[in-house]
Design a protein around this ligand. Structure first.
Ligand SMILES: Nc1ncnc2c1ncn2[C@@H]1O[C@H](COP(=O)(O)OP(=O)(O)OP(=O)(O)O)[C@@H](O)[C@H]1O
Length: 647
């Protein structure tokens, strides 16, 4: 990050400018999401909805289980084949279940949250098992998650009134450039809980603990950003702070919970149980509430109410009925009070409360304030979503990397007008090194994989830790040294191999020849002994993912190999990554491949081997991609796709 960048008018947005720019953009984004979902008037038929991926038709319920803190898990498979049709459902989406043939606007059998998705089935968590209709053909429809937008709007309204009181009153002027950030002049002394931390991580922790209002932790790929966030939390707990720790995604929040649990921190995870990893359920608010005294009292009251209700049904005398009703009313009030107390007890008692950013606006957290708000993955969150959490405390630590992908925005117009500009990036530009520490040792990639990204995006400042700097695929037991496992960097060129790109019905681009080559390379790796679970194929285009998954379903030995879009793989890693770039056309059009952040994420997912498959003629039309290709040619192996023949 460049030192103390001058504040440009663009960086120094005022609170009022921010509110007035964001309000219409949030509406645009909401509209765009609704039009992607089934509730859209633009969807005229069920078939077109299935093509859009917003509904899955003709399903059967194959399993029903209870147990997820009172929720019911229903698993659905297609009546039409082994694999679900292509769809845009993701875990944690809100969905409704309907009879397959019922009208578009018909009432649902139930509404739930997607719990798990496999190629062949989808599992949804419902509050109750729908009473009827489960034995007939069914369909699932994705619905827009309006709660999120309501919460974003509420936060904007709160900001628009000005923040002169409350826990964040002194932080807001700093984050809008009206007052400079401050640090404690006292020398901060601390003993590390994790004694393995490197010098850049230690330095970041020291700076974070000294900051009085704002600290940015810049964590390039694999540099232990979350490890550092966890240490900051542990140090702050030792100091007696109450902390709100958030991230945009549930998985990132759970990742922190998992790493804190062994340290026996008093923590609570707030969120819908279907959106939490099974291993963190013990820490969930719902689970802790169920274990509390007030909750068992509430339970006793409910039993009493049940008995009174049956008495009421049998009672004949008016006076008796009136008395019972009165008693029921009192009990119901008491039950609600006990329930609320049970929740408040758990939250009060916790040193660390963890939730997603939008979860921070949960009614349960109303009235709570914190000494410190930490946001992980802050460069992947909408600024307005960050504000939901930031309004709850006077100090904040934002961790992220604005040189990886920003949040996904559905509305092209809202994106153009700045909805995707993150708070992390804005503050990094506004205050630079004054408030930032960049982590500089990475623990994932072979040096050759790392160097390209380090030089291109991080001013050459990243170093590979000795434990990974020279690691190779063939060091694994059972992996043979072969022409496919030996190279760290591999470039497979489809130029001149007659493998032009195509468009699918949704206008997403795909490349059949390239997909076949990607699968062929994966097969070669597996034949040399690499575990399929250690291989990932990633590609920028959704249609290419569908095509690759179809090819994979024909090969048993590749069953456990992951296939994903680049965007969907951010934050993850594999020993071997195969990147299918897809674009191959005479106009040298590369579309959104040219976003340096996307290629940065793609390449840096690989630990020991990174294989790029592309049409070098086409992609070299873009200067940034040309340098990437040249780097791979210079430091890696070059093969023509024709060498994979008809494998
Ligand atoms: N000081 C360290 N010594 C040894 N290993 C470390 C150290 N710091 C981090 N690691 C390891 O590096 C890996 C990445 O760490 P972590 O998950 O914290 O990174 P991250 O920066 O959050 O990752 P991402 O690139 O996904 O943002 C983990 O396996 C972690 O154990």
């Amino acid at each position: 990050m460049e030192k103390g960048k001058k504040q440009s008018s663009n960086d120094n947005v005022t609170l009022l400018q921010f509110v007035s720019t964001m309000a219409p953009l949030i509406d645009m984004e909401k509209e765009a999401e609704i039009s992607l979902s089934m509730s859209s008037g633009a969807t005229r038929s069920l078939d077109s909805a299935q093509k859009k991926g917003s509904t899955i038709l003709n399903l059967k319920c194959v399993d029903a289980q209870t147990g997820l803190m009172g929720k019911s898990l229903l698993e659905f498979q297609s009546n039409k084949g082994d694999v679900l049709p292509p769809h845009k459902f993701g875990t944690h989406d809100v969905v409704v279940l309907k009879p397959n043939k019922s009208d578009l606007g018909s009432p649902p059998l139930g509404q739930g949250v997607v719990y798990r998705i496999k190629d062949s089935s989808i599992t949804v968590a419902f509050d109750d098992i729908p009473e009827e209709g489960l034995n007939t053909p069914l369909r699932l429809e994705k619905v827009a998650n309006e709660v999120t937008y309501r919460r974003l709007k509420e936060t904007l309204i709160q900001l628009s009134k000005g923040v002169h009181k409350g826990p964040a009153a002194d932080l807001v002027p700093v984050l809008f450039g009206e007052r400079p950030p401050t640090v404690s002049k006292k020398d901060i002394k601390f003993t590390l809980v994790n004694s393995n931390l490197d010098h850049s991580q230690k330095d970041a922790i020291s700076k974070a603990l000294s900051s009085k209002d704002l600290f940015l932790l810049h964590g390039p790929p694999g540099t232990g950003k979350t490890t550092t966030v966890v240490e900051i939390i542990l140090q702050e707990v030792k100091r007696g702070s109450k902390i709100l720790a958030c991230a945009a995604s549930n998985i990132a929040v759970d990742n922190i919970v998992e790493r804190l649990v062994p340290h026996r921190v008093k923590l609570v995870r707030v969120g819908h149980p279907a959106r939490l990893l099974p291993q963190v359920l013990e820490s969930a608010l719902d689970a802790q509430v169920l274990r509390g005294d007030n909750s068992s009292l509430a339970n006793d009251i409910r039993k009493e109410m049940k008995a009174l209700n049956s008495k009421l049904l049998k009672a004949k005398d008016r006076n008796t009925k009136r008395d019972i009703r009165k008693e029921l009313k009192t009990l119901s009030r008491e039950e609600r009070k006990r329930q609320q107390l049970a929740v408040t007890d758990v939250l009060k008692n916790a040193d660390v409360v963890l939730t997603t950013l939008t979860g921070a606006l949960s009614k349960k957290l109303e009235g709570f304030s914190f000494d410190l708000v930490i946001i992980d993955e802050a460069a992947q969150a909408l600024e307005i979503a960050c504000w939901i959490a930031l309004l709850k405390g006077p100090r904040c630590v934002l961790a992220g990397d604005h040189l990886q992908l920003p949040p996904t925005i559905q509305s092209v117009e809202a994106e153009k007008k700045g909805l995707g500009r993150t708070l992390f990036e804005r503050l990094a530009d506004l205050y630079g090194d004054d408030v930032t520490s960049m982590l500089t040792v990475q623990y994932r990639m072979h040096e050759l994989i790392m160097n390209w990204s380090s030089e291109e995006l991080y001013h050459g400042k990243i170093k590979a830790h000795s434990s990974v700097a020279a690691h190779t695929l063939y060091e694994f037991e059972d992996v043979k040294k072969s022409s496919s496992t030996e190279p760290t960097l591999l470039l497979v060129d489809i130029a001149g191999c007659d493998m032009e790109e195509k468009k699918d019905e949704e206008d997403s681009t795909l490349n059949e020849g390239e997909a076949a080559v990607a699968i062929a390379h994966a097969r070669r790796l597996v034949d040399s002994g690499v575990q399929p679970a250690n291989i990932g194929i990633i590609t920028p285009y959704a249609a290419q993912v569908v095509l690759l998954k179809m090819l994979r379903s024909k090969e048993d030995k590749l069953k456990n190999m992951e296939i994903s879009t680049v965007d969907g793989f951010q934050g993850r890693e594999k020993e071997a990554i195969i990147i299918s770039m897809v674009r191959s056309n005479s106009k040298k059009e590369v579309g959104f491949l040219s976003d340096r952040r996307r290629m940065n994420v793609a390449v840096t997912r690989a630990r020991r081997q990174c294989c790029i498959i592309c049409d070098t003629e086409t992609v070299s039309g873009d200067k940034f991609l040309k340098r990437l290709i040249e780097y791979f040619e210079e430091h890696g192996e070059y093969l023509s796709a024709s060498e994979y023949g008809n494998e």
